[in-house]
Design a protein around this ligand. Sequence first.
Ligand SMILES: [Zn+2]
Length: 155
Amino acid sequence: MRFPDVPDHEGHTTPVLPDGSLARSAELFTRDFVGYQATCSCGWTSRRRSPATPEGAKDAELQWYRHVMPLAAAAPPGWLVVKSDLLCEQIVNLTQERPLAALTLLSHVESWQRTLLDQAVAAARTGGASWAQVGSAMGITKQAAHERFRAEEPS
Ligand SMILES: [Zn+2]
């Protein structure tokens, strides 16, 4: 199972062997299994064991979706990441060729970046995101996110 924009998370409904261990791919067709457990290529494993039935497999699939959905919510679309990386690369080149032009452009980018950041935090908070989720999306701690943006908090 895969989810767009979170390529590092490939989910599996992994059969559980009678001794409680998770089957490796070579064992899948050669041994009996007693249930399913959702696993992910990132190392995550569901704590819940689902029955060894088609419904159990569906349930394990659902567990993986619950693992990956919050990550997908904070993952920008891949095409937009490509554009952002390209813009960065072009500004690096401009800095080498015409540093004053790069300064003018970067000042412009900084002005709309700050506004958009405040708007995105406000929209996430209005949509029910916790400070921990806001911090996680920005790669900072919950406390750092709260201290930086609490003044913008809609009342
Ligand atoms: Zn994962």
